[in-house]
Design a protein around this ligand. Structure first.
Ligand code: SF4
Length: 300
């Protein structure tokens, strides 16, 4: 039943184009999922980052678990996740098992695990990622596991620790074009992120590599094509491209609502470059329909 069109951004400063509006749905299913997650002391990036697709995913029983707490050591201009000093690891000792039990309760075949940045930890939280992968693998031996990780400040040992736990898909987002890094991702480095992706492929060739970025932050079309070329030359198999939406007025303004035709243009260009899958659209997010994207890549 369509009652009214729901905007997909918390506090939009501009009227949203029709391709970003979604019909309002019955959210009852979400409540039980959220209740289960809270009971287990778990966070999702879906809620923390105010993802526009969270109701859809929750109603399908899909969610992206966010480990290592809900406080990030960085402050990206587009992200609504809290910034500050995260809780000590001791306080989340049973988080890997709780993620595994939650995934089992949701009967997930494809489990996506991400985290905030914990730059203050010696390994950036890589060990906790590995423990969570092991716990899910033990509880759901047939499920596929995708990790969406930080850059671990380029620490290869930390990266290897995650890959030694054998995730099926290794995802690390570059988020935007290099010219905009200072405004969008001030604590990150474009080349460092590309090197993390290439090293993941070199160190674990059987693991699918994936990256994602947003558009609508002021990038030019040619810069996006160069970014896609850079990802391919750094052995990335899958790419996701979505529209940036301003979470609150305290975050970066939207420079442009990119038309769906342009997303199609980027998809076609990416496919010509040889990506195994290009998932490009206004409401696409890095782990949205991750299972389907993986299937497309496996068929690719
Ligand atoms: S590093 Fe990730 S979680 Fe932290 S502010 Fe940036 S986007 Fe948000």
């Amino acid at each position: 039943m369509l009652v009214q069109i729901e905007t997909t951004s918390a506090e939009p400063t501009q009227r949203l184009p029709e391709w970003l509006c979604k019909p309002v749905r019955n959210t009852d299913a979400d409540h039980s999922l959220k209740k289960m997650l809270r009971t287990r002391g778990l966070h999702t990036v879906c809620e923390e980052a105010r993802c526009p697709n969270r109701n859809d995913c929750f109603s399908r029983g899909a969610a992206t678990f966010m480990i290592l707490g809900d406080v990030c050591s960085r402050s990206c201009g587009f992200c609504s996740i809290k910034t500050g000093r995260g809780l000590p690891l001791d306080s989340m000792r049973d988080e890997p098992e709780q993620v595994a039990e939650a995934a089992a309760q949701l009967k997930l075949n494809y489990v996506v695990i991400t985290s905030v940045n914990r730059d203050e930890l010696p390994d950036g939280g890589a060990g906790h990622f590995a423990r969570t992968i092991h716990a899910v693998r033990q509880r759901l031996p047939r499920a596929k596991i995708e990790v969406l990780t930080p850059d671990f400040k380029g620490n290869r040992e930390a990266l290897h620790a995650v890959l030694d736990a054998e995730p099926d898909t290794f995802n690390h987002n570059v988020e935007t074009v290099p010219r905009l890094y200072l405004r969008v991702r001030p604590q990150a480095d474009y080349q460092q992120s590309l090197d993390v992706l290439r090293e993941a492929h070199r160190y674990s060739p059987k693991t699918l590599t994936k990256s994602g970025f947003m558009v609508g932050l002021g990038e030019r079309r040619d810069e996006v094509k160069t970014l896609l070329e850079d990802l391919r030359t750094h052995d990335v198999d899958v790419v996701t491209i979505g529209q940036y939406l301003q979470p609150t007025r305290a975050h970066l303004p939207v420079a442009e609502y990119v038309h769906p035709d342009v997303f199609d243009e980027y998809k076609a260009y990416g496919e010509r470059l040889g990506f195994r899958a290009v998932f490009s659209g206004p409401l696409v997010r890095s782990s949205f329909m991750a299972e389907t994207v993986r299937e497309i890549a496996d068929r690719g």
